[in-house]
Design a protein around this ligand. Structure first.
Ligand code: SF4
Length: 456
């Protein structure tokens, strides 16, 4: 992994973060890790987020046990079949390996996994320690791949090189260098797409795939939610790439356009309007009148069904005020989904948002909407109090802030247990919001304790 490669990924031209905005420095993409600070996940963490959802592959963390322990099982990517990816493997490096080198140990570990588990492939994640001792991980993977006759893919994203976002991109580079283009699909349809940056959190991909099937669109490779290794090897045969709600793997989309001539679209599967728009964009791309007719028929059918399914929830959600605290594209795509349900988003975070995201947020929130630039529980509590919000929609670690404010909370990030994508995801979102908002516990929590009565 050369410094030039890292610099290229930090300034990925397809990413809107890197477009020139006056003399303002771009923080998100170019942010370098500071030694000793985790910064919400290191590059290795980012790489494993991107690749671990490949369900039939083994994922071997080459490093001390803590690296594997920190990241294992923390995200809710689900599988419709193989569960190989759920087993955590690590070379568990010790001081001895630092002194004597750990290449032999890595080779033995790969052999043990290959013989005992027969995975479709093994991804080997380089962490800080072997990167600093200078192990030749790529050479070990190559030798082991020949010996055990299965793909062994090095993922060169040690934590110290940068942020989680950079790790996502480095993982994408491993896919480009070692996986995509190495296999041939059995059969191809007329409209073939790949989904990039969709990790099947809480199984939400399964709410979207049936829509493509009904439209006669073949999803060749999913990067990487519920993916099988073989489908990724064939991804270069798709006619279109959809980059879903994420800037993180834009390097993959751009390079597939350069290398294989596959164009890409950026889409969101959250919210009725955005999903409709996504399907229409795909139809427009293929310039097929029959597909366009199928898309319009599906939208009309789904929208009517959705109106019936959402009817019981609408009166309970109408006019509720929520603060949204999440990152990147989700900061506007979830606003759009909430507004589709009649909910008023009074404030949202813009920490990881691009200028394009922010412009969209401003348009969706209107003049009165608050954009939360910074972070931290105190600022969030202040915003909740000022806006008299009824609810906080955020990542798991902010649930205690909601509890402190005495308002309900809905988890929108990777640890959530419900999928909110697609039309059926909207019904799930409406149901979960209603349950959270109307739980009787909130009334009790806001009452004074018996010993406080008379002292208020
Ligand atoms: S890769 Fe480095 S920064 Fe990341 S968890 Fe391991 S030691 Fe920490």
């Amino acid at each position: 992994m050369a410094q030039t490669q890292i610099n290229q990924l930090l300034t990925e031209p397809a990413c809107e973060h890197n477009h020139h905005h006056g003399d303002k420095k771009n923080r998100t993409c170019q942010q370098q890790a500071k030694p000793g600070t985790a910064q919400g996940g290191c590059a290795f963490d980012g790489a494993s987020i991107t690749l671990v959802p490949i369900t039939d592959a083994a994922h071997l963390v080459h490093g001390p046990i803590a690296c594997a322990g920190n990241s294992w099982g923390s995200r809710g990517s689900l599988s419709s079949g193989p569960l190989m990816f759920k087993t955590g493997f690590t070379t568990d490096l010790t001081e001895q390996d630092i002194i004597l080198g750990s290449e032999k140990r890595l080779h033995q570990s790969i052999g043990e996994i290959a013989q005992s588990y027969q995975p479709a492939a093994i991804f080997v994640y380089c962490t800080c320690v072997p990167a600093l001792t200078g192990d030749d991980i790529e050479a070990v993977c190559q030798t082991a791949s020949r010996k055990y006759k299965l793909p062994v893919i090095p993922v060169m994203a040690p934590g110290f090189v940068g942020s989680k976002n950079l790790g996502n991109r480095l993982a994408g580079e491993s896919l480009l260098d070692y996986v995509i283009g190495t296999g041939e699909p059995p059969q191809l349809g007329t409209h073939v797409i790949n989904l990039i940056g969709e990790y099947n959190i809480a199984g939400e991909l399964w709410d979207v795939l049936p829509l493509f099937e009904r439209l006669g669109i073949q999803v060749l490779a999913k990067m990487t939610g519920d993916a099988r290794y073989a489908e990724l090897t064939q991804a270069h045969h798709a006619h279109l790439n959809l980059v879903i709600c994420a800037k993180a793997l834009l390097n993959v989309a751009r390079k597939m356009e350069e290398n294989y001539g596959i164009p890409y679209l950026e889409c969101s599967f959250y919210g009725i309007q955005d999903l409709n728009q996504c399907l229409r964009q795909i139809a427009q791309h293929f310039q097929d009148p029959e597909l366009t007719a199928r898309v319009e028929a599906l939208i009309s059918e789904e929208t009517q069904q959705l109106e019936r399914d959402l009817a019981p929830y609408r009166p309970k959600l109408q006019g509720k005020r929520v603060v949204l605290y999440t990152g990147g594209v989700k900061s506007w795509s979830v606003i759009s989904a909430a507004q589709d349900l009649g909910i008023q988003v009074v404030a949202t975070s813009t920490r990881k948002s691009t200028a394009e995201d922010k412009a969209r947020i401003k348009e969706l929130l209107g003049e009165a909407g608050i954009m939360i630039e910074g972070g931290g529980a105190q600022e969030l509590l202040g915003v909740i109090q000022r806006t008299k919000a009824d609810m906080l929609i955020a990542g798991g670690r902010n649930q205690y802030t909601a509890l402190k404010a005495g308002i309900p909370f809905l988890d929108i990030n990777q640890e959530r247990h419900h999928g909110y994508a697609g039309y059926s995801g909207m019904v799930t979102l409406a149901r979960e919001l209603t349950h959270a908002l109307h739980s009787p516990v909130w009334e009790q929590i806001r009452q004074l304790a018996p010993w406080e009565v008379g002292y208020e």
